[in-house]
Design a protein around this ligand. Structure first.
Ligand code: MSK
Length: 630
């Protein structure tokens, strides 16, 4: 049996240093260099008190100039910026969800996409009150996709998915006017409210920020997750590997990066095509290796066990290995820097979506109808590029860890013996998990999500917190780049149970799970909302009373703020390691860290000292336990 140990942050950094040396040889730019050039950052921007909403400005708030030209103060400016930031994130996730609905609409028995989880489709259809008896599964898929697409623009009513939430939560939402109406409407309302001469009252801006976030997590993202499962299969536990060492020196390496599984699923299919493998062999490679970066990686790792090369701040590293034949991207979190960087190597930088078009890339427009042809063209392009590799630039850090991933809500319930689960009609019960929590075997759970951010030593906060939490018998569920940090370090190896407290270790052994569970990509935080709701319904306790908190220690994107807002709005206290750029307004700080608690029984905590952030989460979990008398 091989000896297990975690990969350290220092080892991550040494590998990066070595890759940056290659970069220097070929004159490549790097995010590390750009961070230096951009530091110090603009203080007004950091504090959220620069207004660029009309051309009378930009206006910046200082002691001498406490109001912008229109008279808006720091609170209104920071509030409007925060709401616009949220709207950007909600729009992005929700548009991803919309694309998935369109892919579902294009599904057919003999087309590019099939329905891989018909039971889940039936379950959702029943939830939505549709007659399923005797209906052709593809007719049902098309009907469901049309209904889902209507959720984006319906003139009346609130999101269908809200019916999944516990009654108590729904009442809070209703009372606080947080129920999202049409998904697109909440983004439009956010943009309207923040137009010059509209809202400047922090309370109103924060309320809409929560509602726009809700239209993402309980709207667009939920469409994205649920219908991706229908199309590509609901994840179940699967073994994979993580870190740059998953790339292979003797194979064609195709890196898929972005978020939408419609593209990556097809690339994976065609990379296994015997014709493509034969072509690769004829050109001197032994095969084709597909590996992922960011959330595209999470999607295909969860469903197919495709290895994970790295997370957000590793995206340049995959090119710097000199062994990347193509980096194929769809949408979101893609550095435009990949264009010029790829030009320093033989790498093809292939963009595929009209939403994310970048200079110095080969644009192969991908769509559901032509997906097969597009994917084949991309895979061929990568394979044919193998001969252009410059051998003297090739260096793949021999560093990887085993990981078991694929923990959808269904898979978690199944692993913890909550009966049915799997792919069946009913979700099963979370009672076994609740029993572990009530008895104190598990103290609680933390949902850790989010990105990397150069403001934090990459992945150090994620890994430090995870180690601390599992040692304290707290189960950690993960998504996005946070999940990849865990996998790269080795925390998703089942042997990481030895780093846990006795209680969690026992649960890991009995359920045969790793101590940190990969729930998917950033849209899949909707899975966490479903799980929290299920725990609340099964226990009869409000979500806010469960010993459960959220955390984003290294977040950076607009999507992360939208996520944070719907997690808080669902009643889950959320801990941030990076400031949300509102510190220039004491009123905004108040509303986010205290005021919203009156509406949703939860709020934000911001703490940049990671040790203290971990302590604060554990303390909050213990407080909740004490309040329940457990
Ligand atoms: S990819 S949003 S860096 S988690 Fe979803 Fe990672 Fe954050 Fe992008």
């Amino acid at each position: 049996m091989s000896i297990f140990r975690l990969t350290t942050i220092e080892e991550f950094e040494q590998a990066t240093e070595r890759l940056l040396e290659t970069g220097q040889k070929v004159g490549a730019d790097s995010w590390q260099a750009r961070v230096k050039n951009q530091t110090p950052h603009c203080k007004f921007g950091e504090e959220g008190i620069c207004c660029r909403i009309c051309t009378m400005g930009p206006c910046r708030i200082t002691k001498k100039a406490p109001r912008g030209i229109c008279g808006c103060d720091a609170h209104g400016i920071a509030g409007r910026n925060f709401l616009r930031f949220t709207a950007g994130g909600a729009a992005t996730h929700s548009d991803h969800g919309r694309e998935i609905c369109h892919t579902l609409h294009a599904a057919s028995p003999d087309g590019n996409y099939q329905v891989k989880d018909p039971e889940k489709l039936m379950r959702i259809a029943k939830e939505w009150g549709l007659e399923t008896e005797g209906k052709d599964i593809y007719d049902l898929a098309h009907e469901m996709s049309e209904l889902a697409l209507l959720e984006y623009g319906k003139p009346f009513g609130v999101q269908r998915w809200l019916s999944r939430a516990p009654e108590h939560t729904r009442k809070l939402w209703q009372a606080a006017e947080l129920e999202p109406r049409a998904i697109d409407r909440e983004v439009s309302t956010a943009m309207h409210m923040t137009h010059m001469g509209c809202s400047s009252k922090p309370e109103a801006l924060v309320r809409q920020a929560l509602r726009a976030g809700m239209s993402d997590g309980w709207g667009g993202s939920m469409c994205g997750t649920e219908f991706s499962d229908v199309l590509f299969g609901t994840p179940k536990a699967v073994d994979t590997e993580a870190n740059l060492g998953v790339m292979k020196e003797d194979q064609v390496n195709i890196i898929i990066h972005g978020h939408d599984p419609s593209l990556s699923e097809m690339i994976c299919e065609y990379a296994e095509d015997p014709e493509m493998i034969a072509l690769a062999k004829s050109l001197g490679a032994t095969g084709i290796q597909v590996a992922g970066v960011c959330c595209t990686s999470n999607e295909v790792a969860m469903r197919r066990g495709v290895p994970m090369a790295g997370n957000f701040l590793q995206q340049e590293n995959v090119v710097l290995t000199g062994a990347c034949e193509a980096i194929v991207v769809d949408v979101q979190c893609i550095f435009p820097a990949l264009g010029p960087l790829s030009k320093c190597f033989h790498t093809k930088f292939i963009t595929t979506s009209p939403i994310a078009q970048m200079p110095d890339s080969d644009f192969i427009r991908f769509n559901a109808k032509t997906a097969g042809e597009n994917a084949k063209q991309i895979v061929r392009m990568a394979v044919e590029n193998f001969v252009n590799r410059k051998q003297d630039l090739v260096h793949i850090p021999q560093m990887k860890q085993k990981a078991t991933v694929g923990y959808s809500v269904e898979a978690i319930i199944h692993a913890l013996d909550g009966v049915a689960a799997g792919q069946g009609e009913a979700l099963g019960t979370t009672k076994p998990l609740l029993d572990c929590i009530t008895s104190g075997v598990l103290r609680g759970a933390v949902a850790m999500v989010g990105c990397n951010n150069p403001r934090v030593r990459p992945d150090s906060a994620h890994i430090k917190l995870m180690k601390k939490l599992i040692k304290n018998d707290i189960l950690v569920i993960l998504s996005g780049c946070s999940a990849q940090a865990a996998a790269r370090a080795g925390l998703m190896d089942k042997r990481a149970k030895d780093l846990c407290g006795d209680g969690l270790k026992r649960v890991c052994e009995l359920a045969d799970i790793p101590p940190v569970l990969h729930m998917g990509s950033c849209v899949d935080i909707s899975r966490m909302m479903v799980l929290a709701s299920k725990l609340s319904i099964d226990s009869g306790l409000p979500v806010s009373k469960l010993p459960l908190v959220g955390c984003a220690p290294e977040w950076m994107s607009e999507k992360a703020v939208s996520i944070g807002n719907y997690v808080v709005a669902t009643g889950i206290d959320t801990f941030l390691g990076v400031d949300p750029q509102v510190s220039g307004s004491s009123e905004m700080v108040y509303w986010l860290t205290e005021g919203v608690r009156d509406w949703v029984e939860a709020s934000y905590t911001v703490e940049k000292d990671i040790e203290k952030l971990g302590d604060a989460m554990i303390a909050r979990i213990e407080e909740k336990r004490a309040a329940l008398g457990i």
